[in-house]
Design a protein around this ligand. Structure first.
Ligand code: SAH
Ligand code: SF4
Ligand code: F3S
Length: 469
């Protein structure tokens, strides 16, 4: 019951549109930014048109990151002008890794940015927004908050709501101390930080109670997680996986992105023992050449990678692997590149991403001499690697034909009556299924296999028997 006179209508919700670039951590963070704003009367919308606040959650990992942001800011000008013409205001915030790396420059150069907020300061977003709202409209406010505050944003953020769904992300670790010579992440996300086990478990329980049946634990280096246990002493990542896996109602567990150096015995044992730990692992290797791996400061050899893959597959024979590769790192010779192709042939990947090396300002590799290999050769190497990985992906998918597998239906499909789900191996699976099955794991037989996605037929639900994963 309200004490207000009946004639006072409640304030309409303010609209926030978030556009997300980059990795899953950014997807998670975008949800959490909406969570911080929701108690202040903000509602998330699907288009920038008519929004009161647009947040660009940016990525700095490869070239032209800042240019992309400027281009997007340019596109938003029209919407901003429309809002201003009707007496309103569209605020713009730039968040994420470009904000962290080039925040001050952005605020100076872009005429229409009100807020620049770095990834460790998202809990302070509502305050920044309120400060802009208090200013007269007409001029960009240019507030910049790219500190690494002493308080952890995880403690200060409200409970998650926007990251929920049949399949949900849960950030357990952030930042990176590895300093690979090509990478901006240690600079944009800061030092490695592990959330305490109790916090992770509380969030996992809330997500499952809210209907999530699949959890993906997230971190820039997720298997480097070593949070405090409830009794004080540190827990290993393997122990955390085992404990999360015991949550009643949880059917699937995944984690990403992991580093080959942090795959220890306990983690391998978790893959052996936990049925609900899905048989798909993204384990970036970057290169198959020991010389290049050393120059990248990856601190392991190609042989180490092969060995841990062998041990993981021994523990979990159906484990499918995915990886990231960088082609054309400074000084990469044809022999180095051939070593990468050899590693790919030896391991066999179900999925992979190959990128051309992109020098990032402020990283050690950007200072390395890089004139030995012409750009055209790098382009050609990338194409060769992509062709090989494409063949492996297609073969892996073709191997699914005729197989019966559990599929988690988590999205509507493109056509009416169609739903989209995920196989245990992360392949998208299209099938005809009633919308009522959304968020459920169903039994599917695979009838078609493309380079990326599979098509399947729903098998009748065997009452009482639920597919295992
Ligand atoms: N933490 C993860 C990777 C995070 S970045 C790991 O250690 O493997 C995601 C991917 O982007 C990397 O695996 C790498 O392949 C690619 N990448 C990062 N910096 C790059 C650069 N400067 N040029 C090209 N690709 C890059
Ligand atoms: Fe970047 Fe290396 Fe850290 Fe991965 S491990 S985030 S590639 S510095
Ligand atoms: Fe990009 Fe930052 Fe993620 S640079 S890949 S958004 S950690």
């Amino acid at each position: 019951m309200s004490d207000l006179p009946a004639s006072t209508p409640p304030a309409p919700p303010k609209k926030v549109f978030v556009k997300t670039y980059g990795c899953q951590m950014n997807v998670y963070d975008s949800g959490r930014m909406v969570d911080t704003l929701a108690p202040k009367g903000w509602q998330s919308v699907e288009t920038p048109e008519g929004a009161d606040l647009v947040i660009l959650n940016t990525c700095h990992i490869r070239e032209k990151a800042a240019e992309k942001v400027f281009a997007e800011l340019g596109r938003l000008r029209g919407f901003q002008a429309e809002r201003a013409a009707s007496g309103g205001r569209m605020m713009i915030a730039v968040a994420g890794c470009v904000a962290q790396a080039e925040g001050a420059e952005l605020a100076r150069r872009a005429g229409n940015v009100d807020i620049v907020v770095g990834p460790q300061a998202y809990h302070r977003l509502p305050e920044l927004v309120a400060r802009v709202e208090a200013l007269p409209a007409g001029r960009a406010a240019r507030l910049v908050d790219t500190d690494f505050p002493v308080e952890s944003k995880f403690d200060a953020l409200p409970e998650e709501a926007s990251t929920r769904g049949a399949s949900a992300f849960l950030a357990i670790q952030e930042g990176c101390d590895k300093f690979c010579t090509f990478c901006v992440v240690p600079y944009t996300r800061g030092a490695e930080f592990s959330r305490p086990a109790a916090d992770v478990l509380a969030e996992a329980h809330r997500l499952v109670a809210g209907g999530s049946i699949e959890l993906t634990l997230l971190g820039q280096n997720v298997n480097a997680w070593h949070g405090d246990g409830p009794e004080g002493g540190p827990w290993s990542f393997g122990r955390l996986l085992r404990t999360v896996a015991e949550i009643p109602g949880l059917a699937r567990l995944r984690y990403t992105t992991s580093h080959p150096l942090e795959v220890d015995d306990e983690l391998i044992a978790a893959h052996r023992d936990l049925d609900l730990l899905m048989p798909f692992l993204h384990l970036p290797v970057q290169s198959g050449s020991d010389r290049i791996l050393a120059a990248m400061n990856r601190r392991h050899t190609a042989e180490h990678y092969r060995r841990i893959v062998g041990r993981l597959r021994e523990a979990r024979p159906d484990l499918a692997l995915s990886s990231d590769f960088i082609v054309g790192f400074p000084g990469e010779t044809e022999a180095d590149f051939e070593a990468t192709l050899d590693l790919v042939r030896a391991v066999g990947f179900a999925q992979a991403y190959a990128f051309k090396y992109s020098p990032r300002p402020g990283t050690p590799a950007a200072e390395m001499k890089d004139d030995a290999v012409p750009e055209a050769v790098k382009t050609e190497r990338l194409a060769r690697l992509q062709a090989l990985l494409g063949e492996q992906m297609a073969a892996f998918n073709a191997g699914m034909l005729g197989r019966r597998m559990p599929v988690l239906l988590d999205r509507p499909g493109k056509r009416p009556g169609q739903r989209l789900g995920r196989s245990p191996f992360m392949q998208p699976v299209h099938l005809e299924a009633p919308a009522a099955l959304h968020g459920r794991i169903v039994d599917v037989v695979i009838e078609s296999a493309g380079p990326i996605a599979l098509g399947g037929r729903l098998l009748p639900l065997d009452e009482g028997a639920r597919p295992a994963a």
